[in-house]
Design a protein around this ligand. Structure first.
Ligand code: FES
Length: 125
């Protein structure tokens, strides 16, 4: 019996039919040289590498599971550093490895959003 709720436009199902990855995570690694806010100034490269390595080490990486990707500016620089998890479109900010660990454990493994790390809805560039 399939007890997965039907997917709707308002409430995307994390196990979206046809989705190649269960969770696809994009880390903004954008670097600006003009002094404007950018995620690269907030340890984004190191936290991306850490998240990717942790996903691999914990057996989460691969088709049907998790993919961690680099991204350019995601246009939410004022809340940087940012990463977004699809298909849920949940936006996170983070400071250190403990925050990445919590996103992995809570969201990527158990499907529970980490409320304390959410980007404020109004945060833009
Ligand atoms: S520089 Fe990271 S969201 Fe724009």
């Amino acid at each position: 019996m399939n007890d997965t709720p039907a997917q709707t436009a308002d409430a995307p199902d994390t196990a979206a039919p046809g989705s190649y990855f269960q969770h696809h995570v994009f880390f903004c690694l954008n670097k600006r040289e003009n002094g404007e806010a950018c995620c690269a100034d907030h340890n984004a490269d190191a936290m991306f590498a850490y998240c990717k390595e942790q996903a691999k080490q914990q057996g989460l990486a691969g088709p049907g599971k998790v993919r961690i990707n680099k991204a350019g500016c995601l246009d939410r620089c004022s809340a940087g550093p940012v990463a977004v998890v699809y298909p849920e479109a949940v936006w996170y900010t983070y400071v250190d490895q403990a925050d990445i660990d919590e996103i992995i454990e809570s969201h990527l493994k158990n499907g529970k959003v980490v409320q304390r790390l959410l980007v404020p809805p109004e945060a833009g560039r």
